[in-house]
Write a new protein. Structure first.
Length: 273
């Protein structure tokens, strides 16, 4: 199986979060020795990374090194989260991810129709049991997003969270079986999300961006920067319906300057869902 054959990479923290997905997509456990549990079919690779930011970041990086290689892969974090008021079993897509330790904020771009409501996910290093702010609480999302965005375009990196606990039903009472049932209850939403992401990937990764060869001929890009350039140009064409970029060649010293400028252009694009 070529590494690039798999285009969907799902990451969970817990085995009980992974179980419904393994069953749904008929994934088989990779029996080779790995620091993480990997479950695969010909299109999907699921990694059980473990609890916490360090474990999730390592799991994402390891999986891409081991089983990655596709252009513009879909990377998805599926798991549980707490919230002060939201009903247990409700599901949300992360519209904003806030890291409680580093104070970094991430905004996964939404160039598709979300299959559920959006919510802010606040990621911390310890379980949050006081429910003091009106956000979803988890321990992995920020590390997942920051690491996964190094391997794909931001639109294809998303976090889907199912509410597992709130003030009325605190996390201390939660059992693995309940987690499995909560994730299983939202599999139709996951299916719709994957349909949207696969359609978006097809649009992003189809033709070679028109200005790619020109820029590669004008400036030096490392191998990693060439991949980022292709991804950013594809994002621009997807979000602007193919509008040509007006590039002032004399404004850049190197490929890194080009990438920074492109990122600013993309961030400034107005588009409607």
């Amino acid at each position: 199986m070529p590494k690039s054959a798999r285009t969907i990479f799902i990451h969970t923290a817990l085995p009980c979060e992974a179980r419904p997905l393994i069953d749904r997509f008929r994934l088989k456990k990779n029996l080779d020795s790995h620091p993480f549990e990997l479950y695969q079919n010909d299109r999907i690779c699921l990694t059980v990374a473990g609890i916490g930011k360090c474990a999730m970041a390592a799991g994402v990086a390891y999986t891409q090194a081991r089983a990655g290689g596709a252009d513009a892969p879909i990377l998805l974090n599926v798991g549980i989260a707490g919230h002060a008021e939201h009903e247990v079993g409700s599901v949300f897509l992360a519209g904003k991810i806030a890291d409680a330790d580093t104070l970094k904020n991430f905004y996964p771009p939404l160039a598709f129709l979300p299959p559920c409501a959006l919510e802010t996910v606040r990621t911390g290093s310890r379980p949050q049991l006081d429910y003091s702010t009106p956000h979803l609480y988890d321990m992995e999302a920020s590390a997942f997003y920051e690491t996964a965005a190094c391997f794909s375009t931001g639109e294809l990196v998303q976090c889907l969270k199912v509410v597992s606990d709130n003030r009325q039903a605190p996390a201390i009472r939660m059992q693995p079986r309940q987690v499995t049932e909560l994730i299983a209850g939202q599999l139709p939403v996951l299916d719709r999300l994957l349909v949207e992401l696969c359609s978006l990937r097809d649009a992003i990764s189809s033709p070679e961006p028109r200005q790619l060869k020109v820029l590669l001929g004008l400036f030096h890009f490392s191998v990693s920067e060439q991949r980022q350039l292709r991804s950013q140009l594809s994002r621009w064409e997807c979000l602007t319906d193919g509008r040509r970029l007006e590039i002032d060649e004399g404004s850049f010293r190197n490929g890194k300057d080009v990438l920074l400028w492109l990122a600013r252009q993309i961030d400034a694009v107005d588009y409607a869902l």
